[in-house]
Design a protein around this ligand. Sequence first.
Ligand SMILES: [Zn+2]
Length: 345
Amino acid sequence: MRAALAALAALLAAAVPVVAAPGDDPALAALRAGDAYVSPRVLGTAAAAEQATLAGNAAALREAGRPVKLAVVLGPVGAPSLAAYAERLAAQLDHDGTVIITRPGGAVAVRTPLPRADIAARLRAADLEAVANPVERLVQASRIAAVPVEPDEPDVEWAGLALLAVALAGGGWAAAIGMGRAGRMGRRDLSEARAVARLHLDALRGRAGGLARRTDLSEEARGRVERALGTYADVVGALQQAATTEAVAALVPRIDGALADLSDVAAGVGAPFPADRPFEGLCAADPGHGPATAEGPVVGIEGPVPVCTACREAADGGSPPRRRLLPREGRPVPFDETALPLPSS
Ligand SMILES: [Zn+2]
């Protein structure tokens, strides 16, 4: 039981932003641990929630094969310019994708892996410096400038090359192009399937975390919550290893089973949630934030909606949260607008 609670604490701690040792560049430390950083010296108490928003945006882009590191900083930390700072961060992080940094006042520095005139032109046309909110600035910049990098999936690449060689040997150009497209679709489908499974896993964690904090669970019910958390931890690991959409789909029954079990436990303590609506009762900005304990605004949704305490505090501080994004047909889409079922096994 104690071990299980320690495991739960570790799982919950995983959602908390990293704090750097004194003297370090906190942006560098945070971007080593994740894809987003928001300086509390810029956004104060809203920084953590805003960082979570940015991290969700970056995760969706990463799943879409467009990895990006995003940071809101006070200034270029010892570098002569924001652009030089972005370049230095990319080198320090050994990051092969895009790095985008902004600071109060509107300046944005974008570092892409290779110079891209088309992207520079689109960034200029977007007039990002006029966007007042630095987080919104980064979200908009990332949609333009997060360029695709080739995913490290040699099996798919090799299979594609072998098929391409066969098709070229037979003079089948049209077939070869068709196969190339099919290969890209396969990688995208895998990324999107992973992102959906991850969303449901985070809902599982949010649900289990909420139940674990209750004091009125029987020993038996508590055991079931702990088993659900165990399933969460196992499946998160398995999902990272899953190299095909079929492998992702094979994990779905375990996620569904754990959600159904928690549904049963919740009904037993008069806090029912329908197993077929796994996000109900969780934060409307991101189910991974955990149970909704307040109401507040969420960008893009009508009226106040149920949110977690951190999102409410962020809204009170003038920065209402944005919804978690999922990659859908290569574009980031708010999780509740994708109407995605889990990939069926
Ligand atoms: Zn929230």
